[in-house]
Design a binder for this molecule. Sequence first.
Ligand code: GDP
Ligand code: GDP
Length: 437
Amino acid sequence: MKPVLAIVGRPNVGKSTIFNRFVGERKSIVDDFPGVTRDRLYDEANWQKHNFIVIDTGGIQWEKEDISLSITKQAEIAITEADVILMVVDNTIGITSDDQKIANILKKTNKPVVLTVNKTDNFNKSNAYEFYSLGLGEPIPISAVHGANMGDLLDEITSHFFEIDKNEDDDPSLKVAIIGRPNVGKSSLVNKLSNEDRVIVSNISGTTRDAVDQKIMYFNKPYTFIDTAGIRRKSKVGDPIERYTIIRSLKAIERSDITLLLIDALEGVTEQDKKVAGFAFEKGKGIIIVVNKWDLVTKDSKTMKAFEEDIRDELKFLSYAPIIFISALSGKRIYDLFPLIDEVNENCNRKIETSLLNQLIREIVSYNPPSKDKGKNLKIYYVTQIKIKPPSFALFVNDDNLVHFSYKRYIENKFREAFSFKGTPIRLFFQNKKGEK
Ligand code: GDP
Ligand code: GDP
């Protein structure tokens, strides 16, 4: 599990500017997919050999609340969610009572807190020493807009990462995140799965930091179910809880191999479901759509199909995800989840031989050749798989500018028809062949 850094501070001190500096302005994979909604409050960053997660708590909006209350909640979230906390203050304004309030909350945690004084555009006019009085140690002056002193700040932040448990890589179990809105039935599902004779629940405390992981042996195979609901109950953070559960969900997805997205049969797909689904897609994770509380639906022979169509319509970018209808309460069909999880996992790890890929691409192109663009034809010379989880392919072409989105989609669909990729995203990367263009 990657270390998590949370950025806190009152509005306008430069939190999102710093966030963008840390994560970079890279183009998101989801940009090409209409319907994927994402919050930019959570992303990955790299510094030297460190790879970590950054949360911009300023991105969490608490409706109908005053600013002072929101920043207090944000600081509390940072304390529960993060391994290291970055508190940002403003050099041009000096200490405010809100800064003081945040600092007082952060002082109560035993997690490392780094204090940075942003908007120090001119280091001769730094007021950094003033911020010592917040009691959070040495203030580090930076200018996020100009990128000044960011390296020193990142060195300080990452120096706290060494203590963090990274043993999860040694855990051989398949990690399954259970995601969905409050009350959709996440805990019920985990409990039901754990309380049956067929499974053996291991109580050996895992190597992870999240106490709600449920380890289950099913037919001699180890699974870890990551239930995002349990943690929420333990936290002291009050309502409204939705934005906060998104962060929980994103962290769980990040750690998982497969995501089970639980949808309430009575409520259907919500905005929050779309966001977390978009994240699982972007992160290349396997995904299964699980419609829960199916027992509450009055059904006839067409109900399931109609429901499925609604979901497909709402979650267009997840057309590859299987849908299963269960009742966590009665246990109906919950054991069908295991073979489905295994199948999706196999697909996420699927490797296709280069010779097969090249034979296929020739057929795909000859069946429906790319149309001419500015008098030029796209030529695909060679395809090879470059990675699994998710299966990713490099297609060497004469000019990648000639690749139309619709043609890319067409190839993806044909790949999906030819090979079993149910439940896994796949990626196509077009690269110019050397010497061309
Ligand atoms: P947030 O509300 O804490 O996320 O703050 P933002 O990142 O949105 O920044 C608030 C304003 O401060 C924006 O207009 C930024 O351009 C500006 N800002 C951010 N960092 C710096 C800096 O280092 N120097 C100066 N002069 N302005 C900055
Ligand atoms: P969580 O917040 O997602 O963990 O949801 P819970 O597991 O706590 O479930 C919320 C409520 O929905 C509880 O009262 C459960 O008994 C109920 N519930 C969960 N799954 C089902 C189901 O499949 N059918 C019915 N009828 N109720 C369910």
